[in-house]
Design a protein around this ligand. Sequence first.
Ligand SMILES: Nc1ncnc2c1ncn2[C@@H]1O[C@H](COP(=O)(O)OP(=O)(O)OP(=O)(O)O)[C@@H](O)[C@H]1O
Length: 301
Amino acid sequence: MTLASPAAVPRDDEEAAAQKSGTSPLVSHARPFIAFEKVSVRFGKGDKKVQALSETSLSVREGDFVALVGPSGCGKSTLLKLVGDLLKPSTGHVFVGGRELGATPIRIGMAYQNPTLLPWLSIRDNVMLPLKIVPPFRSAFRAKRKGEFRDRADALLAQVGLAGFGDKYPWQLSGGMMQRANLCRALVHEPDLLLLDEPFGALDQFTREELWQIMQELWMAKKTTVLLVTHDLREAAFLANRICVMSARPGRILDDSTVAFARPRTIDMTYEPDFVALNQQLRSLIVEARGGTGIVQAGGH
Ligand SMILES: Nc1ncnc2c1ncn2[C@@H]1O[C@H](COP(=O)(O)OP(=O)(O)OP(=O)(O)O)[C@@H](O)[C@H]1O
């Protein structure tokens, strides 16, 4: 099934329309940046066996912003871990940047629900951490070119509204401020790919909405390829160019649609009829995926 709202049209249709009208599409349509070929994931053996992901194929183009939504326990985080090379598929192949994982490392930035900032480091030093670890930056870092990196970290902190907070420690910041710093840390090494697993899930609605806008600005400036796992359908429709709806476990992609709202999107737009209709359609797909009830199925976590 494909989302029928005028805001959510099948990708190929949107591309064809964009090409026909001569308007530039929302995203660059280069070769696939991420490709899943018949990937499945099984955890454990015998009685303890859990089929987390059934055979799944997926292709994501460079610069795309893709949201993964679906019932709890359907394998969204598992899919993210596969892309991040934190997990090997039981069958099939995962390609990132045109190469099978394991062959050539690509730069990945990650942010999860819990900001996991190191409490003994200042905010600036937390943000600079990937530069200490990730090539090619780490050699420059060791060569004591730390000053350049300080400027880079401070510029990012300013972009997310944390100018002047570089010398503070995580405990001196609110939850929303920590998550802003966490996003800076995920982006400071200019990753080719950003993996976000419910990064705004623990925040109050207003802080979350502020961070959606910051996230959108950051994405619009760099067009980093993003995979976002979220339970918040408004968030998915606000941020992503494309929404993949997954089935209940063992997960597979049930629906894959483009979100064509113009950017920059505003919070007010999320209350407009097209946007609300899209949310309702996504919700119905997920309710259906859960077995048509509002009740969480056993086996999710
Ligand atoms: N290391 C593991 N060992 C065994 N089972 C696992 C492991 N990791 C995940 N699972 C199981 O695989 C299934 C998919 O988990 P995953 O975390 O990907 O789901 P999810 O869609 O992200 O869920 P949620 O939305 O609730 O965060 C779940 O049933 C989970 O319990």
